[in-house]
Design a protein around this ligand. Structure first.
Ligand code: B16
Ligand code: MG
Length: 214
């Protein structure tokens, strides 16, 4: 039986991906790097460092130069976060969290972001989760299973007892590698390989997932 639900943050509980995009774009423009929305699609759910590597493509930079560009992007991103509040939950996210709690599930957040704690406190939802894992929790980012396995351990559950909600390809890959039930939020091209898929959080039917109907 499933006992725990692990939520991704960006793209499942709140929509920060536009802020991430605007921040990378501004940094890239200033640095004369090629970047656009199409390349941005590859950054969904991917760590900050890996995101920069994708933008740089085959350009080689020193560790110091890379850190400078990551700090620059993160500074812009944090400016956006200052304006966030509880109204920035994705439609349906609060209902899904409440239904999960009513059904007796233990809840967790597992985000690749090093800004996850800031986002969660802006949304004022921290108390609803037993544990929160973020970009500082493990060394190997998604698509490696590490973050989800770490989170299951914190919940004191086996991977097989956990359901993961994710909007990113890298996130579904990670959930599958961790041996958890995966629920994709988004289009077929991105998360069609998940065990279940819904276009938006608002459309998620937890009953259907628990009954195993696809
Ligand atoms: P940061 P998630 C991910 O969060 C974002 O989807 C991804 O776009 C971002 O690059 C990554 O966090 C790292 O974020 O620069 O704040 O550490 O979807 O795993 O909640
Ligand atoms: Mg995400």
């Amino acid at each position: 039986d499933y006992k725990g639900i692990i939520f991704d943050l960006d793209g499942v509980i709140t929509e920060t991906s536009e802020y991430h995009y605007q921040s990378w774009q501004r940094m890239a423009d200033e640095e004369g790097l090629d970047f656009n929305r199409e390349v941005n699609e590859k950054l969904r759910g991917v760590s900050r460092r890996r995101s920069l590597e994708i933008i740089l493509d085959d350009k080689e930079l020193t560790e110091q130069e890379m850190n400078k560009l990551m700090d620059k992007k993160n500074g812009y991103y944090q400016e956006y976060l200052k304006d966030m509040d509880e109204n920035d939950m994705l439609p349906g996210a609060m209902d899904l969290i409440n239904t999960s709690l009513e059904k007796g599930f233990k809840l967790a957040i597992a985000s690749s972001s090093k800004n996850a704690k800031t986002v969660i406190s802006a949304l004022k939802i921290g108390d609803l989760f037993e544990t929160i894992s973020d970009g500082f929790s493990v060394d190997n980012p998604k698509p490696a299973p590490d973050l989800f396995l770490f989170t299951a351990e914190k919940l004191e559950l086996s991977p097989e007892e956990c359901i993961v909600f994710e909007d990113a390809k890298a996130g579904i890959d990670a959930a599958q590698a961790a041996n958890m039930l995966s629920v994709g939020i988004g289009p077929e091209e991105r998360v069609g390989h998940a065990d279940f898929r819904f276009d938006t959080v608002k459309e998620v039917e937890l009953e259907k997932i628990l009954k195993g109907e696809k």
